[in-house]
Design a protein around this ligand. Sequence first.
Ligand code: ATP
Length: 234
Amino acid sequence: MLEVRNLNAWYDRSHVVQDISFEVHAGEIVTLMGRNGAGKTTTLRTLMGLLARSSGAIRFDGQELQGRPAHVRYHLGLAYVPEDRRIVTGLTVRENLQLGLIASSRRGESDAMIDEIAETFPRLKERLAQDATSLSGGEQQMLAIARAMMARPRMILLDEPSEGIMPLLVHEMFVLFSRLKDQGTTILLVEQNVERALGISDRAYILDQGRVVHTGGAAALLADEDIQNRYCAV
Ligand code: ATP
């Protein structure tokens, strides 16, 4: 579904992503792991077309994404949930969800879509009329993910979804990811919570200083403490 070849990305002159290649097959959950500053967020932002300078090939569902703006990538079925969630204050949960379809030709299906999404996100279903800022951090993160799912993306890029969230909701969130996978969504996940992430992933890539230094099946990586200590300690 996603095939990334020799991806490079820069912030000004700083060469942050260096010749990264990886792929995500349809229906998989793949995790990008690595220490703070390894380049994980920048990789996701580059896939979404949010970096001013990048090179390399990004094939998504048979189409080349490089050179195409973020909104085109969104219309091709790629969604991105950044770490900072971007919940719109002063709007209800329902209105925030409606924003997920604002750029779509399917705006008119918004209410039907909200009903459908709410089944997958029961915590939101009970709170549709509430001001979104009254939600806990974890619930806001779920709202950000649900909003991205409104456009029925084929693949979703999730940046540190469990960051700063209380353990009960972290558990719910990982159950949710498995459910999204079962419903046919392909997931590329950036997570510091290595055990949880590998627990639901098919495969993982480890980044260090902007490069892929290791890759393997999730079960093998979960058992490899040496690799985890070397590349994944914060
Ligand atoms: P973290 O978990 O801390 O977010 P990460 O693996 O996602 O880590 P990135 O956020 O991609 O890493 O950062 C990679 C490198 O790029 C770091 O050295 C960081 O300081 C630098 N960097 C990140 N954002 C910017 C920016 N907007 N301008 C300049 N440099 C940046």
